[in-house]
Design a protein around this ligand. Structure first.
Ligand SMILES: [Zn+2]
Length: 498
């Protein structure tokens, strides 16, 4: 029955008139917090939620019952994977500097180049946006690696990304990432920062122009966010001008910091302190700042975040896989720090991240009782909305935008359903996402995404990624062949000719 009524809706479009959706559970919002409504109903009209409760008294154009499912606010992903993830190449191949993750001097001198064409850059964002929707993510602040780039991100690919968000129906906060510097590998294991401030300032000007042109497009799905790259690639002047521009544009700033030992060492050498302390002294910590990942934050750094209303973006999957962790999620909450969530890596699965976040927090706390599944769920919804300064997303209540994810609770591979939030977080997989509405538009329906054929796109993405891997020797120390950079997990036997 669900499928039949859903199939009458046009993918990518807002249904005409009021649509009532119901399920065993609806996660509504009242008095500042989420509320579970048993056998609940939710009514959307245009792009807005007009009712959440047990029995809608008015007339509706159609009813869709999802049965044993949770109707939830869509997830807000503030470090949203938006390329074909290259960090997975490093999962079993170390150290990063020897595996193409730091530019060797020889590559810098030969002249760094874009390893993808503009068309490929545009395609990978569209494909990644589709993956986010498949996982119930309705708002995304894209992140992509700059390692395979000539320098920063380009306006052309972000113009295409804004259009992709409009075509697919994904709420986005974005502009091209810029930087005033980078790390160069001078000898095995010896990395030094190099700077070109003018290039960074030019990147900022392009981003400001982009935000001015794009904000509000596609029915306000597209908004601006200034995204200087990692803190160690920025100069003080670039960050000061970024802050001034953000104030003028009334937008937020996302800046990676307190996230790695290379960054901590580099910033200490350059500025004599940690990055948060450096920024605090410059008056650059505020509620405008959204700062992934805080995995290397000191007590003092966290105190500064709390005192200045800086939001953290927690991406537990990519952090834990790299051997680091936010220590800890519960302690940061107790300090009063707002925590948002991010996927940042493949798979772009928020539920998987919530499970890893729950597990790593409990390991760090050495106790199971300081964090609950709902705390992680709050971060992926209300925490993200707060970081963006929005009271109309990340929650389902009358007047909120109709950004909705429907998660099945009776999937054969999942744990028995007890409490829907605990079950979903413990299940750890976004594959149970059945439907996604963004701003009232049906953006995803049982694996079908508006504006893209995900099966065909997956094949194209693989070809594109294989082409990128073939170029890795160009920018790896000593230029070893791919087979030495990324040897297989086990020796490969069989016909070498295929
Ligand atoms: Zn990140």
């Amino acid at each position: 029955m669900t499928r039949q009524v859903l199939d009458t809706l046009e993918l990518g479009k807002r249904p005409e008139g009021r649509t009532l959706i119901s399920a065993a559970w609806v996660l509504g919002h009242r008095d500042g917090g989420h509320r579970l409504v048993s056998n609940g109903q939710l009514v959307i009209d245009g792009g807005e939620v007009i009712y959440v409760g047990a029995e809608f008294p008015g007339e509706v154009a159609r009813r869709i019952d999802f049965g044993n499912a949770l109707i939830s606010p869509g997830f807000i992903d503030l470090d949203a994977l938006s390329d074909l993830d290259t960090t997975i190449l490093g999962i079993d191949h170390h150290p990063g500097w020897a595996k193409g993750r730091v530019w060797p001097r020889s590559y810098v001198e030969a002249g760094p180049y874009e390893m993808y064409s503009q068309e490929e850059l545009a395609f990978q964002k569209r494909f990644a946006f589709g993956q986010l929707l498949l996982n119930g993510i309705t708002t995304a602040a894209p992140i992509a690696s700059l390692f395979y780039r000539e320098w920063g991100e380009t306006v052309a690919e972000f113009d295409a990304a804004a259009d992709a968000a409009g075509d697919l129906g994904l709420r986005v906060y974005l502009s091209p990432a810029y930087r005033a510097g980078g790390m160069v590998l001078e000898a095995p294991g010896r990395m030094v920062p190099v700077f070109d401030e003018q290039r960074g300032l030019a990147g900022l000007r392009e981003a400001v122009d982009y935000i001015g042109r794009q904000t509000g497009r596609h029915g306000d799905l597209v908004r601006g966010l200034l995204v200087p790259d990692r803190v160690e690639t920025c100069t003080g002047e670039l960050l000061r001008q970024t802050q001034a521009a953000a104030e003028e544009l009334c937008c937020k700033i996302r800046l990676h910091m307190a996230q790695g030992s290379m960054e901590v060492d580099t910033v200490r050498k350059l500025h004599g302190s940690t990055a948060p302390v450096w920024l605090a002294r410059a008056g650059l910590l505020s509620d405008r700042l959204i700062a992934p990942h805080a995995t290397n934050a000191t007590e003092e750094d966290l105190e500064l975040y709390a005192a200045n209303d800086v939001s953290i973006v927690h991406c537990p999957l990519v952090s834990a896989r790299g051997g680091s962790t936010l220590n800890s999620f519960s302690k940061c909450r107790e300090r009063g720090i707002n925590i948002a969530m991010g996927t940042d890596t493949a798979p772009a699965d928020m539920l998987m991240n919530l499970l890893v976040g729950l597990i790593t927090c409990r390991i760090n706390d050495q106790a199971p009782d300081r964090v609950r599944s709902a705390d992680l769920f709050d971060a992926a919804t209300l925490g993200g909305a707060k970081a963006l300064g929005r009271g109309d997303i990340g929650r389902l209540a009358p007047g909120a935008r109709a950004d909705i994810a429907v998660f099945g609770l009776d999937d054969a591979v999942m744990a028995p359903s007890i409490d829907p939030i605990t079950t979903l977080v413990t299940g750890g997989s976004g594959k149970v996402t059945q439907a996604v509405f963004v701003d009232g538009r049906l953006s995803m329906r049982f694996g079908e995404v508006a504006g893209i054929d995900m099966k065909a796109a997956r094949q194209r993405a693989q070809r594109q990624f294989d082409g990128l891997i073939a170029k890795y020797p160009d920018r790896s120390w000593g230029h070893p062949p791919v087979s030495d950079l990324f040897p297989p997990s086990y020796p490969i036997e069989g016909n070498a000719n295929g």
